[in-house]
Design a protein around this ligand. Sequence first.
Ligand SMILES: [Fe+2]
Length: 236
Amino acid sequence: MDTTNRRDVLRAAVVVGGVALAGAGPARAAAPLGASPQSLPPLPYAPDALAPAISARTVDFHYTKHHAGYFTNLAKLVAGTPWATASLEAIILASAGKPDQTAIFNNAAQALNHNLYWQSLTPGGSAPSAALNAAITRDFGSKAALEAALATAAKGQFGSGWAWLVADAGALKVVATSNAATPLTTGATPLLVIDVWEHAYYLDQQNRRADYVSAVMPLLDWAGASQRFAGPPTAP
Ligand SMILES: [Fe+2]
C-alpha cells in the first residue's frame, strides 16, 4: 500500500467509524488504523422512517438480527485474542486475504459495511455539498448519471454484495463487491453503500432487486457522503 492509499484508508476508517478512537490489530500494531468499536451503533432514525421503500419490519430484521449478528459472531471469534479490543478497521485490514481468518474478516467487514449502510440512508434523502457536487460533475457529468451508475452496479452485482460510491486516488468511482468485501482493503474511501444482500429487500420486494434499488435511491444521504468526502475535522 503506497502512502496515498494508506492515508485514504486511515481517513475512511475514522470517518466510517465515526468515533475518534485509535485501534490496532496485531498484524499492524504500529499504525492507528481506525475508529469503529466492536459494538452495534444505534440506528440513526426510527425503524419505520424509511418506509415504504424499506419497511420497519425489514429494518428491524436487518438491524437486530443480521447487523447485530455480525457483532455477536465477531465477539465470539476474537474473544481472548489481541483482536478483542481492536477496531473493526484494524481487524478488517489485518485479516483480509488470509484464508485462516476468513470468518473474522467476514464478520468484521459485515459489521462495518452495515454501519455505513444505515448512515447512507436518511428519510427523504439529502443533497450533496458544493464540493462533492463538483466532484460528481467532474467524474460522472451529473448526479443523475452517478445515480444511474450506482443503480446499475447494485442491480448487476451477482449474488450477495454491495454497491459503493468511493473516493479513490482523487476520483469518485462506483464499485461493487461480493459478500463481505469492502473497498477499504483497496485503499479507497467509502462514501455511500447500498446493501444488495437479499435480506435487505426480500420481505418488501421479494426477488425484485431492481425495485428495491429504485426505491432506496431517493433516500441516499448525500449530506453524509459529503462529510465523508471532506474527511474528519483536523485538529486546530
Ligand atoms: Fe445486510
